[in-house]
Design a protein around this ligand. Structure first.
Ligand SMILES: *Cc1c(COP(=O)(O)O)cnc(C)c1O
Length: 414
């Protein structure tokens, strides 16, 4: 991008996503308070517009609203985009992770190494199959697992590693794949936040055994709710398609499309984890906008980095040496001697009309994992305690970024 810092302050309003910024009240107070607070800055807004709305309407009007031709088209387009042979659309990344672990035949007695520093669904998916999530620490710079942090908690029962591309920062999958191959354990990639991120110039997920993706509105592209699995393995792909649809040997779409009656059979216990054609229609449009969305997020991130370089005591997330992120979450780590604590800083931002969020959670500290046991996870606990996620969304203006940075600068006392 030739002018990475030029925010489209004049971006067409028609591109403004749902929900629209709250309109200023048309009360007479406005006339008396010219310095009334500017609109609240959200932490994230999905970038959706007329094209997505039309695509969803077309799906509805077609009469085919459940999993059908649009899901199949979305799967092909998505797999092609990330450089995988097969895409299997599902209802969420959480259900994608569940199916990935079933495909690996994991169950009771097996251990899966996961980062605690992740949305809790990562660890929960391991519990769905009755296996044990074993929490590993992460490196401070990326928030991701490394071969060393995995090795520290590995046991003879370790059957798989579930690595996350946290916040859209790509994990060093080349190092992790090599290590997992040495240990003879499977590497599954939780790429919920990873679409549009690259490792060595290639899409995250390319060459992955199994990668799981999310289309929740908090992620980079959205279908409302939704997920995808990608793999190069045709047999896994076939089984995953079956598992998401009650274990049926023929899909409902195939049965409906056939002129002859087809009697299906149920080969194993499956699930209803299907995506709808309405969601896939939206997803196809969003996928077409991915490059634009990622370029915009990277430009805003670069401008944040520039502005924050003058604020002492803050370390913003950056690209790692091995790849480029999509800045799905723009997190900053506070120095231990930052003048105010993280939660106080969140409160001050909120008072200034800015919605920030605590940093990535530490799953092992949640009540759902009380008594579960974990090795010491000092980096995870530090990042989770002392980081926050700043607003970053497609239509964010320079003025809005400046407002966020002004609060941080004031509190840093710099
Ligand atoms: C959001 C997220 C998930 C869950 O995704 P859903 O589509 O909401 O189920 C899983 N893992 C990570 C790392 C996430 O950020």
């Amino acid at each position: 991008m030739s002018a990475p810092y030029s925010a489209p302050d004049d971006a067409p309003v028609s591109a403004q996503a749902f929900p629209a910024a709250p309109a200023a009240p048309a009360s007479p107070d406005r006339l008396r308070a010219p310095d009334a607070a500017p609109p609240r800055i959200p932490v994230m807004v999905p970038w959706l517009g007329e094209e997505e709305a039309q695509a969803a309407a077309d799906a509805v009007l077609s009469g085919w609203v459940a999993q059908g031709p649009r899901v199949a088209a979305f799967e092909r387009a998505f797999a092609e985009r990330v450089g995988a042979e097969h895409g299997i659309a599902v209802s969420s990344c959480t259900t994608a992770l569940h199916l990935a672990l079933i495909a690996l035949d994991l169950g009771p007695g097996d251990e899966v190494v996961v980062p605690s520093l992740s949305f809790i669904a990562t660890a929960n998916a391991v519990r769905y199959v009755g296996a044990r999530p074993v929490f590993a620490d992460v490196e401070e710079a990326t928030g991701n697992l490394t071969p060393a942090t995995v090795d520290a908690v590995r046991t003879p029962r370790t059957k798989a590693v579930l690595a996350v591309h946290q916040g859209g920062v790509p994990a060093d999958v080349h190092a992790l794949r090599a290590a997992c191959a040495d240990w003879d354990v499977a590497l599954v990639e939780d790429a919920a936040c990873g679409i549009g991120a690259t490792v060595g110039g290639k899409s995250v997920g390319q060459g992955a055994l199994l990668a799981a993706w999310s289309f929740h509105p908090r992620k980079v592209i959205t279908t409302g709710e939704g997920g995808m699995l990608t793999t190069d393995d045709a047999q896994w792909a076939e089984r995953l398609r079956r598992l998401r649809e009650h274990g049926m040997n023929v899909s409902a779409a195939q049965r409906h499309a056939s002129s002859k009656p087809i009697v299906e059979s149920y080969l194993e216990v499956g699930y209803n984890y299907r995506m709808t054609d309405i969601q896939a229609a939206v997803g196809l449009v969003q996928l077409g906008r991915l490059d634009e969305i990622v370029a915009r997020r990277r430009a805003l991130a670069a401008r944040y980095a520039e502005l924050l370089s003058e604020v002492p005591g803050l370390r913003p997330v950056r690209d790692p040496g091995h790849g480029q992120g999509n800045f799905q979450s723009y997190w900053v780590l506070l120095a231990e001697d930052f003048p105010v604590g993280r939660d106080e800083l969140l409160a001050l931002l909120s008072e200034a009309g800015i919605s920030a969020r605590r940093g990535i959670m530490a799953s092992h500290l949640e009540p759902a994992y009380a008594g579960h046991g974990a090795a010491p996870l000092p980096v995870t606990e530090r990042i989770s305690r002392d980081s926050l996620i700043l607003p970053l969304f497609h239509t964010m203006t320079q003025d809005e970024q400046d407002r966020v940075v002004a609060v941080l600068r004031e509190q840093a006392g710099g």
